[in-house]
Design a binder for this molecule. Structure first.
Ligand SMILES: [Ca+2]
Length: 229
């Protein structure tokens, strides 16, 4: 009987010791507290899992952003190289106008054929004006060059091949009427008949086009294509 009582006392003391500071505190150190309510514990676990998933998503997002940044850098450098390679400019002495380059050589007076040769030696030809904008740019450039208002400038057009069929040196038909051609004695040019087969920008008429003998000595207005780099 004494042995049984001693054993029961020993068991009771052991249980009390464990509850006070043994296994219970070790559990608390390594596991989240268990709620008496099972629903609350399940909620905690779901929140913990959601937090881990969000952390993983954030890491993936960071890697994606770095990859995207590298791709954008590559695209930007490609576009920069491409833009540089298609930049165009004009040779020295020439002035850039839109897609073309013009050069008025004020120091020399040549026949129409001589003026063509002069411009061809520079890599171009006498200037042509396919539309009103091109003509306006050429007139502004010529008038702004300080040239005398009595001077004449050769343009790249003639009716040398067939009388009355005015062609640019490129072989294209020249435009007729306003605003390209000026007036002579109140009659719209070209009216010169067989004796006047080459086109000039006529200073006394605001440098509008007139027909003139190709043997006149005028200043070359040269045109050259832009240089692509
Ligand atoms: Ca003619």
């Amino acid at each position: 009987m004494r042995v049984v009582v001693a054993f029961l006392w020993a068991m009771a003391w052991a249980v009390w010791a464990l509850e006070e500071g043994g296994v219970g505190s070790l559990y608390d150190q390594h596991f989240p507290p268990l709620h008496p309510n099972c629903t609350q514990s399940l909620t905690d676990l779901l929140l913990l899992r959601q937090e881990l998933q969000l952390r993983e998503l954030k890491e993936v997002e960071q890697v994606s952003a770095e990859i995207l940044k590298e791709i954008l850098t590559d695209i930007r450098s490609f576009l920069t190289r491409n833009r540089t390679s298609t930049e165009a400019s004009c040779p020295s002495n020439f002035r850039k106008f839109g897609e073309t380059c013009l050069y008025l050589h004020k120091d020399t007076d040549l026949t129409w054929e001589g003026a063509r040769l002069f411009c061809q030696n520079l890599g171009g030809d006498l200037a042509v004006f396919r539309d009103a904008n091109a003509l306006a740019e050429a007139l502004a450039y010529t008038k702004g060059s300080g040239l005398s208002s009595s001077a004449n400038v050769w343009a790249g057009g003639s009716d040398i091949a067939v009388e009355g069929e005015w062609k640019w040196v490129t072989g294209e038909d020249m435009p007729r009427g306003t605003p390209f051609w000026g007036d002579f004695n109140y009659i719209r040019e070209p009216v010169g008949a067989p004796g006047e087969n080459c086109a000039i920008l006529h200073g006394p008429d605001g440098f509008l086009m007139h027909d003139a003998p190709c043997t006149w000595k005028c200043k070359p207005l040269c045109q050259i294509k832009q240089i692509k780099h």
